[in-house]
Ligand binder design. Structure first.
Ligand SMILES: Nc1nc2c(ncn2[C@@H]2O[C@H](COP(=O)(O)OP(=O)(O)O)[C@@H](O)[C@H]2O)c(=O)[nH]1
Ligand SMILES: [Mg+2]
Length: 368
């Protein structure tokens, strides 16, 4: 049996993983390969899954906890992608607050399911918005424990991709590359943009190589890791917006909703990891994102649709208490709806701090 290439693209919340995975999936599809994707999050009702499916990809999801805590579900979800025909490539996106993926997912996968999968190098995207501050010795507006996770993700990478270079000046790019190579002198580092495709030829070449071997897995202080995750508030909810008379721009409302969240969270001093909203009337889809207090809100998928109703999915991860994240976001969406004369029904609200990671497997060497 031909084995499936298993690739994992990690990186912090909002680093550009979903965008990069969509680009890579399109590349492999254009090569005539069959591609499957797996998304992952601590919550249920994932913007990423719907976003990638709306782009026509074959997507499975592992919601409710990180891959390491749901290893068996990851294996089952990857297998289910091959129910009709085995994929040539599976691209996986771990939740952006997760680290220690070599020891808890990739080594166990190779050891236990090496007959099914060949592993590419673990690629980790460096998010420039927080990278400059955290690599420079700060915490980027997060707790020191959350900054610890950011750095551990890069430390275990077999390939580092400095992402979003299209929005960096030449001097910012040079500074970030220097900070990365000073800290990780042994690693391959590629400057790229998931949006424009710059640098992706090099990323694709690197992903085609075998994963570099190492004798030991990275040391991780699980108390610090757990505190870092618990310092983040998670909010997912579904909202139905409707109007009885006039149609409205789905893109404008999607963008404005994230802008209103950003104003509320900035006023409350809560740094965003990633705030994302996907809105759909069933036919057209719009997605807007906000990834850092000093970055603008972006409409990453435009629908160009005028609608009278839409289902809106909100996934918010920010530094602070989950009840506060939930309160600010619910209040903002209600105010926005009122301002635009829309009816607003909020449902499926979940808010929580991620629990302590309890990996199913943790290998201390590649073999066990
Ligand atoms: N300018 C720019 N924006 C990007 C790039 N990659 C992702 N983004 C934006 O960053 C935000 C978060 O991207 P996403 O792929 O959802 O990040 P994830 O949380 O790591 O999956 C979205 O607004 C994307 O459009 C990039 O290379 N350049
Ligand atoms: Mg994502």
């Amino acid at each position: 049996m031909q084995r499936t290439r298993f690739l994992m693209i990690g990186g912090f919340l909002g680093a550009g993983k979903t965008t990069a995975i969509a680009r890579l999936a399109q590349h492999y599809t254009d090569q005539g390969l069959r591609v499957g994707l797996v998304t992952n999050d601590q919550a249920y009702g994932l913007v990423d899954t719907l976003n990638l499916r709306a782009q026509g990809f074959h997507v499975g999801e592992v919601p409710g906890a990180c891959f390491c805590c749901k290893f068996d579900e990851l294996v089952d979800t990857a297998a289910a992608l091959g129910a009709e025909r085995q994929p040539d490539v599976i691209l996986t996106e771990p939740v952006g607050s997760c680290t220690d993926l070599m020891a808890t997912v990739l080594y166990p996968l190779r050891h236990l399911f090496g007959d099914r999968y060949t592993l590419g190098p673990l690629a980790v995207l460096c998010k420039p918005e927080h990278g400059r501050k955290i690599l420079g010795g700060g915490t980027g507006g997060f707790s020191p424990q959350a900054a610890y996770i950011f750095l551990k993700q890069l430390e275990e990478a077999q390939l580092i991709v400095l992402n979003k270079i299209d929005r960096l000046s030449a001097s910012e790019q040079t500074e970030l590359l220097q900070l990365l190579s000073d800290r990780f002198p042994e690693k391959q580092i590629i400057a790229a943009s998931g949006t424009t495709g710059q640098g992706f030829d090099e990323v694709i070449l690197a992903l085609a190589k075998d994963a570099a071997g190492s004798d030991q897995t990275m040391e991780v202080d699980y108390d610090t890791y757990a505190e870092g995750e618990a310092a983040l508030g998670w909010l997912n909810c579904a909202v139905h917006l409707s109007s009885s008379e006039t149609a409205w721009s789905l893109d404008e409302i999607t963008q404005k909703s994230v802008e209103s969240f950003s104003r509320a969270l900035i006023a409350a001093g809560m740094e965003p990891g990633h705030i994302k909203v996907l809105a759909s009337d069933g036919a057209a889809t719009a997605v807007a994102n906000w990834v850092s207090s000093d970055a603008p809100v972006e409409l990453s998928v435009a629908s160009l649709a005028e609608v009278k109703q839409a289902d809106v999915l909100v996934n918010a991860r920010a530094h602070g208490a989950p009840e506060e994240v939930a309160r600010h976001i619910q209040q903002s969406i209600e105010e926005l709806a009122e301002r635009f004369g829309l009816q607003c029904e909020i449902s499926s609200v979940q808010h929580f701090r991620p629990g302590r990671p309890e990996p199913v497997h943790r290998y201390t060497t590649p073999e066990g």
